[in-house]
Ligand binder design. Structure first.
Ligand code: FAD
Length: 815
C-alpha cells in the first residue's frame, strides 16, 4: 500500500468512487481509496440500494446534483452493460393535497430545468400497467429519471479513476487520523500509515465514527429502511429487463421498481428505526452485509397492504428478498459537504444518496482542486450547524423526523416540533404573555406574530389567502407590518450572529475579505458583501467600527455559522486578528417606526437627533440604566435602531421601551411582518436572493463594492464582470392581482419560456401587492415588463417593477 497520497478517500461506496473519478479527472491523480470491505461488494449502503433516481427536489442544489448524476451515470457502462436505465418516473397523487403538490413540483421542474409533465391516472396506468387507475387522481412524469445500478456505477467510476492513477485498497480499515496543530498529517489503517494532507470521508453510515477519530462532528444517524423484492409476477412473465418507469406512492411513503419478472418495494412508512453508529455490525459479523439488518415483517405489513391496494397484481405474492438496509439521515435532511473548519484537510462527503453521488463527487473535487465548488453549497455545508446540532440527542431526534417526513408534503414555513424551546432569548416571557406564535431558527424560538395583536387586524391590504398560502400565516402579520410603518414596532433580533473581530491585524483582515471599505471612522456602520474568488456573494453583513482595532460583524442567525467559518478560514495565522462569537452574550431589539425616536428619547438622555446620531451610525447609549450599543440601521425601512445589550439586561430593556411606547402604540412584531417589510424595501436575504451563485453586480449590490479601495477577495472577478457586463439582474416583480401572493421557488415565465425563479416572496401590505424577487435576463428586466409566475399550475400575471417599492428616497430611514 502507498505510504503517501495527495488525497486519501475513506470508503469505496458510490460517493467515494465518484470523488475519485472526478478528482483524477481534474488532474489530482495521487488519490488513494481505502475500503474496509471488498471492492464492488463493499457492504455499505450502495451495495443494496435499488437505485431509483428521482431528480425533482425543492432544493435547487439537490436537483442539480441529481441532474449531473443522471448525465454521468448515463455515460457509464461495465462490460458493455449500461449503468443507468432512463425508464422515467411517475409520482402519483391519491389525495387532493398531493395532487396540488405535484403541480407545485412541476413548477420546480421549470425553475430548475427538469422536463416534467402532469398526466392523468389513465396515462400513468398505461406506463405502469400494474397500477390501479381508480386509486389515482393524477401523476407527474419525469422522462429523464430512471434507475442507476449502484455497484456497477461505482465500479465504472473506480476503474476510470484507477486508469488515471488512483489506488484502491480493499479490506483496509481506517483506525485513526493523525492530526498535528489542527492539520491532517496521516491516515492510520490496519495495514499501515498513509501520510497525507487531505482526507475525504465518504464512509456513509460509519461517517460519525471517522469524525470522532479527528474530533470533528459529523451529525448523521443511520436509519433502517425497508426494501423487499417479490417473487415473479405472472403479469411480467418472460421480462428480463426493466420496461416500467419507477413509481412513487408518497401518500403512503413508498416506492416501486421493476426487477425483470419481479417487483421491488421500498417503504418509509414505519416509525424510524435508528441505529447507533457503534452498533453497526462489523464485516463478517453481519448476516449478509454490515449495512443490512434482519427484516422486521411487522413494520412492513401496512406498506404491503397499501402496495396490494395500488398494484393488485401483488396480492398473495411471496417475497424473494426482504431486508432492513441502513443509510444516513441528518438533522435537516441535507448532505454534509466540505472541509471541517476545525481540522484543516479533513474533508467530508456524507449523507449522499445514489441519486446525487455523481454530482457530489464533482462538486467536492472542484472544491478540493480549485478551491471553490461550482454550485452554491450553503444548504449542505458541513460547517452550517450551531452547537446543539452536534449533540447525539438532537441528531437522533431530527434525523428520525427527516426519515418520517421524507415523502411528506412540506410547506416552506412548516415547523419541526421536536426538540423545541432550545434557545430562548431574554424577552421570551414577555413574548409568551403576548401570545407569540414561535417559529424556530437556528435553535432560537422567534415570534412569527403575536396573538395579542389580533384586535389590530383590519381588512386593509390583506390578500385573500386560502389553502397553501393561508398555512403558517396569520392576518396579524399585516397589522404588525402596519404598526411598524405608522407607529413603532419592537422586533426581537437576538438570534442575529454577533462576531467581534479585534487585534492589530483586524482592519487589514476585514479589508481583505470585504467588498466595501472597512477603514471607516469610529462609530460607522458599513454594509458589505464578502465575495469568493469568482465574485460570488459568500456573505452579506454589516460591519461596525467600534475602535481602531475592534469591529462588530453582524449577520443573520441561520447563516451565522456559515459566515463564521468563512471568516475563520481566512483569519491570519500570525494571530494578529481574533474572532470572538458574542452571539449569546448580547440580545438585540429592533425599535423601528416613525415614532421610534420619540419612544427612545423618553428613556435615553443621549442626543438621538440626526446630527448627533446619523443614519448608519453606531453609538453607546444609556437606555435607562441599561448600557446599550445602538446601530442606526433598519432592515424594515423605517426610522429606528438595533439596540444591543448584554443578554441579562434584556427583559428590563424590553419593559422600559414597552412602557415608554405604550401611549404611542408600540407593538411587538414578528418574523412574518419583518419579511414583508424588508421586501417592500428590496433588502436582499442571503441564502435566498443572494449567495455564491450570484455576484453583487447581478444582485444590484454594486454600491457595496469598492474596487478602488485596493485588493480584496473577488475584486478581479468584479472588475472582469464590470468590463464584460452582466446578463441577468435581480428584479422586483409585483403580482397584477392585488389578491394574490406566491411563496418562493416558483418559475417566472414569458409565455412558455422560463426566465428564472422566485427567490423571495411576500405580500407588501403597504403597497397592497404581492411581491416576488427573481433574477431575469436583461431583455426582461425593464420596469413594466409583463411576465407570469406559475403557482400550483396556475399562471399569475405579474409585472417587473422599480425598486424599492416603498419609500424610494429613503426619507423614512433618515427622518
Ligand atoms: P456506502 O455505500 O455505505 O459506502 C461507505 C463505505 O465506507 C462502505 O463501503 C464502508 O465499508 C466504508 N467504510 C466505512 N468505514 C470505514 C473505515 N473505517 N475504513 C475503511 N472503509 C470504511 N438512494 C437512492 O438514491 N436511490 C434509491 O433508490 C435508494 N434506495 C435505498 C434503499 C435502501 C434499502 C437503502 C438502505 C438506501 C437506499 N438509498 C437510495 C440510499 C443510498 O444507498 C445511500 O445514500 C448511498 O449508497 C450512500 O453511499 P456512500 O458511498 O455514502 O455510502
Amino acid at each position: 500500500m502507498r505510504e503517501h497520497a495527495d488525497v486519501v478517500i475513506i470508503g469505496a461506496g458510490i460517493v467515494g468512487c465518484a470523488a475519485a473519478y472526478h478528482l483524477t479527472r481534474m488532474g489530482c491523480t495521487d488519490v488513494l481509496v481505502v475500503e474496509q470491505g471488498s471492492l464492488f461488494a463493499a457492504g455499505g449502503s450502495t451495495s443494496h440500494a435499488p437505485g431509483l433516481m428521482f431528480q425533482l427536489n425543492s432544493s435547487r442544489l439537490v436537483c442539480t446534483l441529481a441532474q449531473q448524476s443522471v448525465a454521468l451515470y448515463g455515460s457509464l457502462a461495465v462490460e458493455g452493460q449500461p449503468c443507468f436505465l432512463p425508464v422515467g418516473s411517475i409520482e402519483i397523487a391519491t389525495t387532493e393535497d398531493r395532487w396540488r403538490d405535484l403541480k407545485r413540483k412541476a413548477g420546480w421542474g421549470k425553475s430548475w430545468g427538469v422536463e416534467a409533465h402532469l398526466i392523468s391516472a389513465q396515462e400513468a396506468a398505461r406506463m405502469v400497467p400494474l397500477l390501479r387507475a381508480d386509486r389515482v387522481l393524477g401523476a407527474i412524469h419525469v422522462p429523464s429519471d430512471g434507475l442507476a445500478a449502484g455497484v456497477p456505477v461505482s465500479e465504472a467510476m473506480a476503474r476510470a479513476a484507477m486508469g488515471r492513477g488512483a489506488g484502491f485498497e480493499e479490506r483496509t480499515t481506517v483506525t485513526g487520523i493523525e492530526i498535528e496543530r489542527g492539520r491532517v498529517r496521516a491516515v492510520l489503517t490496519d495495514r499501515g500509515r498513509v501520510a497525507t494532507e487531505r482526507v475525504l470521508v465518504c464512509a456513509g453510515i460509519w461517517g460519525p465514527a471517522i469524525g470522532r477519530m479527528a474530533g470533528v462532528s459529523i451529525p448523521l444517524i443511520p436509519v433502517q429502511h425497508q426494501y423487499v423484492r417479490t417473487a415473479p409476477l405472472p403479469q411480467l412473465a418472460g421480462e428480463t429487463g426493466v420496461s416500467h418507469p419507477i413509481l412513487r406512492h408518497q401518500d403512503r411513503s413508498m416506492y416501486f421498481r421493476q426487477h425483470g419478472e419481479c417487483y421491488g418495494i421500498g417503504s418509509y412508512g414505519h416509525e424510524p428505526l435508528l441505529v447507533e453508529v457503534d452498533r453497526i455490525p462489523h464485516q463478517g459479523e453481519a448476516p449478509v452485509m454490515p449495512s443490512m439488518l434482519p427484516f422486521t415483517a411487522d413494520d412492513f405489513a401496512p406498506a404491503m397492504d397499501a402496495a396490494v391496494d395500488l398494484l393488485p397484481a401483488l396480492r398473495g405474492i411471496g417475497l424473494r428478498d426482504a431486508f432492513n438496509g441502513m443509510f444516513s439521515f441528518t438533522p435537516d435532511g441535507q448532505s454534509l459537504l466540505g472541509e471541517s473548519i476545525d481540522v484543516s484537510g479533513f474533508w467530508v462527503a456524507e449523507a449522499v444518496w445514489v441519486t446525487h453521488a455523481g454530482g457530489v463527487g464533482k462538486l467536492i473535487a472542484e472544491w478540493m482542486v480549485e478551491g471553490l465548488p461550482s454550485l452554491d453549497t450553503r444548504e449542505a455545508d458541513l460547517n452550517r450547524f450551531h452547537g446543539h446540532v452536534a449533540t447525539p440527542t438532537y441528531t437522533r431526534a431530527r434525523g428520525a423526523q427527516q426519515y418520517r417526513e421524507v415523502y411528506d408534503i412540506i410547506h416552506p414555513l412548516q415547523q419541526l416540533e421536536h426538540p423545541r424551546g432550545l434557545r430562548r432569548g431574554p424577552f421570551n416571557q414577555r413574548q409568551e404573555a403576548l401570545g407569540a406564535v414561535f417559529f424556530e431558527g437556528a435553535g432560537w424560538e422567534r415570534p412569527q406574530w403575536y396573538g395579542a395583536n389580533q384586535p389590530l387586524v383590519s381588512s386593509v391590504n390583506q390578500p385573500r389567502r386560502e389553502g397553501w398560502t393561508a398555512r403558517y400565516w396569520s392576518p396579524i402579520a399585516a397589522a404588525e407590518h402596519q404598526a411598524a410603518r405608522e407607529r413603532v414596532a419592537l422586533f426581537d433580533l437576538t438570534a442575529f450572529t454577533k462576531l467581534e473581530v479585534s487585534g492589530p491585524g483586524a482592519l487589514a483582515f476585514l479589508e481583505k475579505l470585504a467588498s466595501n471599505r472597512m477603514d471607516q471612522p469610529l462609530g460607522k456602520v458599513t454594509y458589505t458583501a464578502m465575495l469568493n474568488q469568482r465574485g460570488g456573494i459568500q456573505c452579506d453583513l454589516t460591519v461596525t467600527r467600534l475602535g481602531e482595532d475592534r469591529f462588530w460583524v453582524l449577520t443573520g442567525g441561520g447563516v451565522g455559522m456559515h459566515d463564521l467559518a468563512w471568516l475563520r478560514s481566512h483569519v491570519p495565522e500570525d494571530g494578529s486578528a481574533r474572532i470572538t462569537n458574542l452571539s449569546s452574550a448580547y440580545c438585540c431589539l429592533g425599535l423601528w417606526g416613525p415614532r421610534a425616536r420619540a419612544v427612545l428619547s423618553r428613556v435615553c438622555e443621549d442626543d438621538l437627533g440626526n446630527a448627533a446620531f446619523p443614519y448608519f451610525g453606531a453609538r453607546r447609549l444609556a437606555v435607562g440604566p441599561v448600557p446599550v450599543l445602538a446601530l442606526r440601521v433598519s432592515y424594515v425601512g423605517e426610522l429606528g435602531w438595533e439596540l444591543y445589550a448584554p443578554t441579562e439586561y434584556g427583559q428590563f430593556l424590553w419593559d422600559l421601551l414597552w412602557e415608554a411606547g405604550t401611549d404611542m402604540g408600540i407593538t411587538a412584531a414578528g418574523g412574518a411582518a419583518f419579511e414583508s417589510l424588508r421586501l417592500e424595501k428590496g433588502y436582499r436575504l442571503w441564502g435566498q436572493d443572494i449567495h455564491t451563485d450570484y455576484t453583487p453586480l447581478e444582485a444590484g449590490l454594486g454600491f457595496a463594492v469598492r474596487v478602488g479601495k485596493g485588493e480584496f477577495l473577488g475584486r478581479e472577478a468584479v472588475i472582469r464582470q464590470k468590463e464584460a457586463g452582466i446578463t441577468r439582474k435581480l428584479c422586483p416583480i409585483t403580482l397584477d392581482d392585488p389578491e394574490r401572493v406566491v411563496m418562493g421557488k416558483e418559475p417566472i415565465l414569458d409565455g412558455n419560456r422560463v426566465l428564472g425563479y422566485v427567490t423571495s416572496a411576500a405580500y407588501g401590505h403597504t403597497i397592497g401587492r404581492g411581491i416576488a424577487y427573481g433574477y431575469l435576463p436583461l431583455s426582461h428586466a425593464g420596469e413594466g415588463t409583463p411576465l407570469t409566475i406559475e403557482f400550483f399550475g396556475e399562471r399569475l400575471a405579474a409585472t417587473v417593477a422599480r425598486e424599492p417599492l416603498y419609500d424610494p428616497e429613503g426619507a423614512r430611514l433618515k427622518g
